[in-house]
Design a protein around this ligand. Sequence first.
Ligand code: ATP
Length: 399
Amino acid sequence: MYRRAECNSEYEVLEEIGRGSFGAVRKVIHKATNTTMVRKEIKYGHMNHKERQQLISECKILSQLNHENIVKFHSWDFNERLQVLYLYMEYCSNGDLSQLISLYKNEHKYIPEQIIWVILTQLLLALYRCHYGEDPATLVTIYDRMKLPSGSKNIVIHRDLKPGNIFLDGNKSRTNNSAKNGSSAVGTVKLGDFGLAKALGNSIQFATTYVGTPYYMSPEVLRDQPYSPLSDVWSLGCVVYEMCSLHPPFQAKNYSELQNKIKLGRFDNIPEYYSDGLMAIIKSMIKTDMNDRASIFELLQDIQIRTTRKSLQLEKFERNLLDYEQELVNIEKILEKQAIDYERTVMQLKEQFGEAVEERTREVLNGKKIGKIPDSIIYSNEYNKKLYKPAYHWQTRYR
Ligand SMILES: Nc1ncnc2c1ncn2[C@@H]1O[C@H](COP(=O)(O)OP(=O)(O)OP(=O)(O)O)[C@@H](O)[C@H]1O
């Protein structure tokens, strides 16, 4: 649920993990849940009222984007004195895609093709939710016909898709199958910084601090035409190209040369190490004419994407089964402990009962009148509780 953080004391602020165009990013701990999160700082001093309002409404949109492959937005808060807005978001423990690309580049190695398909598939699923406001139906077989999206009005365009905004989460697979298909090496891929470029795009602060080279900007955006979901597809194509070639498709010595190259849309092939299928899908995304460019819906039809989706679905199912198995083991342990406690209680009660009988016997032998065994032993709450009320109601738990 989207909400304003009650106050900064809700979080323990830890070390800075990086700096972007908008300000510092810090690790924080959400005290109530003991969860690690990140806090993004955005200085709003230079923004006018309209821009601030837009930033807040973008935060609301971000908070509604609840998807496995989108960085979860938790809450926001601001410091009026410092004129800083704080955005609290999910922490992705395995860094971002730009770091993964640099890692392979430094080791002079190519990223395995299967890893690229796994990352691309997860990004397509995140973008599908944003561009169509819904999720594609779960694949039963890889040959399923995908239903056309219903045409939601709640379209969200990322506008700043680049390796630095694609995060890798630590949720790596524990199964052997997934290790084979490569997904274990990347875990869950999460798209971050949704819509922030829109909110900050007009502000003086953004214009003066956004110094990044627009390697991933589409030709229509460079021509000052409005952003469309297809502009995200262009950027995604450039990101996938970079994962293969370890550099963006368009590079130049200066901004105007880069603009010209992007507008022409000519780029070298990816290394021969990769399949023709991968080259083909990249080419369908980096098309200067938007009418020729594939949509996210069309990209999800690709047979390799369907196969990867299906194996990701199976892997998730396998993970859930493993979690369920672990939970059953835990329940078994609780029940075993309860059985031991139960035995111990029965023994104690038997001993107490035996002692009471012995005492009565002694009293009888001593010529005393026979008294009753106290109800407190037979009907005590303790007795009922321990013998008839198992503490673990597993039937209720799994209803
Ligand atoms: N949710 C997150 N989980 C983990 N690390 C993050 C998260 N968000 C940002 N970071 C890290 O913080 C640093 C700064 O990120 P930020 O998104 O602000 O800037 P950027 O993407 O590098 O640049 P720009 O602001 O120009 O988009 C990066 O190293 C990034 O990997």
